[in-house]
Design a protein around this ligand. Structure first.
Ligand SMILES: NC(=O)c1ccc[n+]([C@@H]2O[C@H](COP(=O)([O-])OP(=O)(O)OC[C@H]3O[C@@H](n4cnc5c(N)ncnc54)[C@H](OP(=O)(O)O)[C@@H]3O)[C@@H](O)[C@H]2O)c1
Length: 419
């Protein structure tokens, strides 16, 4: 393929992202790319573009020999996968923003890229405008990545910000997020952590070469966090954030999950308010890096799609270096978490599953405990996200084995105080 080749785009989707891309491309004449046809679902909707650009027949785009790039920005997972796989089989490269489709079909997408030698780029799918995928892929193409923590969902971060700054109740903060257009039409996808989970599955691959099905990763959202939890956070001088985390353990394996966490005031994430996203990367020698930016919205997301289109003009593709050039990492469940758990009734809490307790507040209106749980307990059970029980990780929550034994000895000396 020639350097800086001309791209002729078949665009699927003309919603928030698709229309944003259409407008941005018109303002980027230096990029040798033009949209030839747009496939949408509802032909009768009014569009801010010429009628002749649109079709509802996907084959017009997928079978057009002049179209060499398919940009897929639709909101239907199965249809998106069908479009992307046919595009590749028909010799067209792909740019996509559909995180759910990518997370659920990672293995098939890798296989199709291998078979066809064609690129699938999807920077917009995780943290939208923050170039985190290419950063992990290109800059951290080594095994010095010690850990990565990220706020990847703007709607939940907006809700938590309002619960802290304006002391809104959860449901009022959610309504405000919906009114401002930050929450999905089905808010459970954001609020219960599914959206963050899909993004985390994508980033785990580029960070550590780990391919995991979303349903295998431990996660929850912020649906059970209430104003009493926010009050505890304020007393302890913490804030609450929904954080996707991966950390390389002493064993060389990786701990990974998406859970609400208390963060200290000196944490970079305290700076990440409202609908913004943030990523903190910890690596050997470079120490910490912090990326901050808009994780959703028309132009921020379209700008990442544009950057991928631009990358295709010089034949860029992900090399999946952690997966193919290094020994891919494996996930571990052999560690412990220091957790805060608040609840209405102690009968919902299996006390015997805790290694030990550090705090026990049985007399508050909303009761809570702080204790150490094996990670396997979160993997194998769901009591910690049912019956209104709210789990929030304490700062520096990951406790490895050796450390556990030391801490346990210390805590037993104090046991009488808490139990
Ligand atoms: N919005 C964001 O901030 C953001 C950020 C990052 C990633 N994403 C992801 O990007 C994708 C698009 O999001 P969006 O917010 O732009 O969605 P949206 O505003 O709901 O628009 C979806 C578009 O897809 C079209 N569509 C749906 N099913 C189709 C099908 N089977 N064939 C052809 N077109 C179809 C719709 O057509 P009609 O117009 O005819 O209904 C519409 O134009 C989603 O996967 C989303 O998760 C969004």
């Amino acid at each position: 393929m020639s350097v800086h080749r001309q791209l002729t785009i078949g665009l699927f989707g003309f919603g928030v992202v698709g229309e944003g891309l259409y407008k941005i491309l018109q303002q980027t004449p230096s990029l040798k790319a033009r949209i030839k046809k747009v496939c949408i679902k509802h032909p009768d909707k009014k569009r801010n573009a010429p009628d002749e650009l649109f079709t509802t027949d996907k084959n017009i785009l997928l079978n057009d020999p002049e179209i060499n790039v398919i940009v897929e920005v639709i909101n239907e997972t199965d249809a998106a996968f069908a479009i992307v796989s046919t595009a590749l089989k028909n010799g067209k490269e792909v740019v996509s923003s559909s995180k759910k489709m990518i997370a659920e079909h990672f293995t098939e997408l890798l296989q199709l890229q291998k078979e066809t030698g064609l690129a699938v780029l999807y920077e917009a799918s995780a943290c939208a405008s923050i170039p985190v995928i290419r950063n992990l892929e290109e800059y951290f193409d080594n095994d010095l990545l010690h850990g990565i923590r990220a706020i990847v969902n703007g709607s939940t971060n907006f809700i938590l910000t309002k619960m802290f700054q304006e002391e809104l109740e959860f449901k009022d903060a959610l309504i405000l997020a919906q009114q401002l257009g930050f929450a999905e039409s089905d808010p459970r996808l954001d609020v219960e952590g599914y959206d963050a989970l899909n993004k985390w599955v994508i980033l785990l691959n580029h960070a550590y070469g780990i391919i995991e099905k979303p349903e295998k990763v431990v996660f929850t959202g912020i649906q059970n966090i209430n104003s009493a939890d926010a009050q505890v956070a304020i007393q302890k001088n913490f804030e609450i954030k929904l954080i996707a985390q991966a950390k390389k353990l002493n064993s060389g394996k990786v701990a990974a999950f998406v859970l609400p966490q208390f963060v200290k005031q000196d944490d970079y994430f305290v700076f990440v308010k409202n609908e913004y996203n943030g990523v903190v990367i910890e690596s050997g020698f470079a120490d910490r890096q912090f990326f901050y930016g808009k994780g959703a919205g028309s132009f921020p997301t379209a700008s990442a799609v544009l950057s991928d289109i631009s990358a295709l003009t010089y034949d860029y593709h992900y090399e999946y270096k952690k997966l193919y050039y290094h020994k891919p990492h494996q996930l571990s469940n052999d560690f412990f978490l220091r957790v805060y758990i608040s609840f209405d009734d102690i009968k919902y809490i299996p006390k015997e599953k805790f290694e030990w307790f550090e705090e026990w507040h049985a007399h508050e209106k909303r009761k809570y405990i702080v204790g150490i749980l094996p990670f396997t307990e979160l993997q194998n059970t769901t009591w910690w996200k049912e019956n209104g029980t709210s789990l929030i990780l304490m700062p520096d929550s990951i406790v490895e084995d050796v450390e556990t034994r030391k801490l346990k000895k210390k805590s037993l000396e104090l046991a009488g105080v808490f139990m």
